[in-house]
Ligand binder design. Structure first.
Ligand code: ADP
Ligand code: ZN
Ligand code: ZN
Length: 724
């Protein structure tokens, strides 16, 4: 027998099928990991095909040495998915296979965890009178029958344990211990589904994609759980994705409460051991529901009955570093392969997805009201320019301050949302306008007050704080806009008796930090929680009656066609945190551009109105989903080399204009907005294409880049999320 294999190394040169002989004594099948000789070394490889014959000169073929795992690690579905992703995302086969098997499994660094137990075998042994400890141990074991060796050694001593072992009264036994991730415990509350929920559940059964558009608090989680329940009853399995699990501990505890051991978690916050064990529980079929962030879409579950993507509009579903892929595409493939429905849920679907629902590609299902019948909180827009005119140059408007006092007087809670991290962002010279930048990255440095350092948020490099401007020598140097830390300090100053907590990237570096902050907040009144995007997600705190949004405009003025959409979605999410229980909620939104259409629609929770406006703008300006953007990003330490490579590729790509004419709406080459990152120069080719020719052009661009890119690193991005 012969095997077609893929060498487990992510290199373009090795990105092809190699053939090997399967020795007669080795039972090798498709999807097996094997060891084999390759250019004078023994390397790991994946078997993708087994066949009776091969066209090569058989005397030149080498033999597979051995198998790595007992079981087949890559199931047939995943081999098909590999082919699909290779074609769609132009990735090397090895890099795709690696996505299917977590690093913890591949490198053999993490192993199963075994504990030794002592089991009672024979209680009728005779013990000498002096062996008091042995007698005690025997009595204890008569009662419990078995206990861990460590425990017994601690409580009875080694000589007692060894004594009973020698006499054959007890024996040792090894048992695998599963490392289980921590989940906040909670009891399962069963609810009576409302009409919209029931309707959604009944409709979702076909082999297609459903867009579940439900306002915040409309009970989407309950719908997901019911769908999954039904799937399990039919003997099938489920995958549910959430944008970032550490931010949504409540969803986790809901699922654990309902499904117990059937749930396995896959996300980056787990220890290596936990990830290894959870993956194995899914692989063996012990767990049947995979819940996790993006990478959980590759969960080793067969026979899927449903795939759910919660908060489907979230950017984190798109992998922006190598290997690049969009989770939606993978989910669609797996759903189709398994003849299972794919459910996309959101309070603010992406414009792309909603457009697909409009054209009938997806089926739209709606949950128009909050499940508990409460109104969505009223959103009050405050014009900060007006505040300045009235002499208030502080962080908080008078309205927000008044509401904060109310919260404190009523012993309730408020969340203050701020769209940035660190104390204040830029260091700016008031006299000449100089802004401190990173030496390597050409981006503004961020001032961190606790450490008194300037940090580059791209490469992590740190710098000393400046006390005078390097350009004009002025000492009039100031820190720019507000950040979480500054807001927290100001609040603490204004409300010395109120607990003020802060949640952002800096305060959540340690394991379970999110949980700790959230638990403390939950249990304290009055309390304020100041935070970034992290506090916008699915938290369900019943005492939060106020959400303050400081500086709502932050995401609005990025040079990116999706920035308005993102702002709308963020505002809706944050506002949805208030008034989720019996207490009425309120939102105060501070902005310097109150006339922007995004605020009008957001304050009325008018997603459809917003969508129509946004759809119209994108249609007339020919932006996605009414066109496709391709960015080819070149980077290298040698600036001349990048420019040369860019030129070569550009000349080739420009020729496509003749072929496709008006199909190419826009094409240009330029420096990237961030001209240097980690000491590499960055140049880009940007193009916008009409949808009907986009697939063809995309393929052509890929092959041009493949043959002309040389050694510069090149990334091709389709409708990039981030254009920096
Ligand atoms: P979403 O994910 O849509 O924002 P959740 O699933 O978090 O909403 O639900 C919000 C709250 O409503 C939760 O506390 C949930 O337990 C509750 N809930 C869900 N469905 C119902 C229902 N049919 N009746 C009463 N309460 C419900
Ligand atoms: Zn200056
Ligand atoms: Zn840097």
């Amino acid at each position: 027998m012969f095997a077609e294999v893929i060498i487990d190394q992510d290199a373009r040169a090795l990105d092809k099928i190699f053939e090997y002989i399967i020795p007669d004594n080795l039972n090798v099948g498709e999807g097996d990991r094997v060891l084999l000789p390759f250019s004078n070394r023994i390397v790991q490889a994946f078997v993708v095909k087994v066949k009776d014959n091969c066209e090569y000169d058989k005397s030149k073929l080498k033999k597979i040495v051995s198998k790595v795992d007992e079981q087949r690690v890559v199931k047939p579905e995943m081999l098909e998915l590999m082919k699909f992703m290779a074609k769609k995302n132009h990735l090397t086969l090895a890099s795709i296979l690696r996505l299917f098997i977590p690093a913890e499994m591949r490198e053999g660094k993490v192993k199963e965890l075994f504990h030794t137990f002592v089991v009672l075998e024979n209680e009728d042994v005779s013990l000498s009178k002096s062996a008091k400890k042995q007698a005690e141990l025997l009595e204890y074991l008569k009662d419990v029958k078995r206990d861990s060796l460590t425990n017994l050694l601690k409580n009875f001593g080694a000589s007692a344990v060894n004594g009973l072992l020698e006499k054959g009264a007890v024996r040792k036994e090894k048992q695998e211990i599963k490392r289980t991730p921590f989940v906040m415990s909670q009891s399962d509350k069963s609810v009576k589904l409302n009409y919209s929920q029931q309707n959604a559940i009944e409709k979702i059964k076909e082999d297609k994609t459903y867009l579940l558009h439900g306002v915040t608090g409309s009970g989407k989680t309950e719908v997901y759980m019911n769908l999954i329940e039904r799937v399990l009853e039919r003997g099938k399995n489920a995958i549910m994705l959430v944008p970032e699990i550490s931010l949504t501990p409540q969803i986790m505890s809901n699922f654990k409460a309902r499904f117990g051991e059937n749930v396995a978690l896959l996300h980056s916050g787990l220890s290596a051991g936990e990830k290894f064990d959870e993956w194995k529980r899914l692989f063996s079929g012990e767990a049947r529901i995979a819940i996790g962030a993006r990478s959980a879409i590759f969960a080793p579950l067969e026979n899927l009955g449903i795939i759910i993507i919660d908060e489907e509009h979230e950017q984190s579903y798109i992998s922006e570093s190598n290997p690049r892929y969009d989770t939606h595409d993978v989910a669609q493939f797996r759903a189709k392969y398994n003849h299972a429905p794919l459910v996309l849920g959101s309070a603010t679907p992406s414009v792309e997805s909603y457009e697909k629902a409009k054209t009938g590609e997806y089926e739209l299902l709606e949950l128009p009201v909050r499940a508990n019948g409460k109104e969505l909180p009223q959103i009050q827009i405050v014009d900060m320019m007006n505040e300045i005119r009235m002499g208030n140059t502080g962080i908080f408007s008078n309205q927000l301050l008044a509401e904060l006092y109310n919260v404190v007087n009523n012993k309730k809670q408020a969340m203050i949302f701020i769209n940035r991290r660190g104390y204040s962002s830029f260091m700016r010279c008031r006299d000449c306008g100089y802004i401190a930048k990173c030496d390597d990255c050409d981006v503004s440095l961020v001032y961190h007050r606790e450490e008194k350092r300037l940090k580059c948020h791209y490469c992590g490099k740190q710098f000393k704080v400046l006390d005078r401007c390097p350009k004009c020598k002025s000492e009039n140097i100031k820190y720019g806009a507000v950040g979480t830390e500054q807001v927290m300090n100001k609040l603490q100053e204004l409300f010395p008796d109120v607990k003020v907590l802060r949640m952002d990237n800096d305060t959540t570096q340690t394991k379970n930090a999110h949980q700790k902050i959230l638990t403390e907040f939950k249990n304290t009144t009055p309390a304020f929680l100041v935070g970034t995007q992290m506090i916008a997600k699915g938290h369900d705190f019943d005492k939060v009656v106020l959400v303050g949004i400081v500086d709502a405009d932050q995401t609005l003025y990025h040079a990116d066609y999706r920035s308005t959409e993102r702002t709308f979605s963020l505002l809706t999410q944050v506002a949805g945190r208030a008034g989720r229980s019996e207490f009425e909620g309120k939102v105060v939104l501070q902005t310097y551009s109150p006339k922007h259409y995004v605020y009008k629609f957001a304050s009325n929770y008018d997603y459809k109105g917003f969508f129509r406006k946004e759809e119209n703008i994108r249609q007339t300006s020919q932006f996605p989903p009414f066109s496709r953007i391709i960015r080819v990003l070149f980077s290298d330490h040698d600036e001349n080399y990048v420019r040369e490579t860019l030129k070569v590729c550009y000349t080739e790509i420009e020729k496509l204009k003749e072929k496709y004419g008006k199909g190419i709406i826009y094409l240009d080459a330029m420096k990237s907005p961030i001209k240097r990152l980690q000491d590499k120069y960055r140049y880009q080719i940007l193009m916008r294409l009409k949808n009907d020719i986009a697939d063809q052009v995309e393929d052509e661009v890929y092959s041009i880049v493949k043959s002309a890119a040389g050694k510069a690193s090149v990334f091709i991005e389709i409708n990039p999320q981030n254009m920096s």
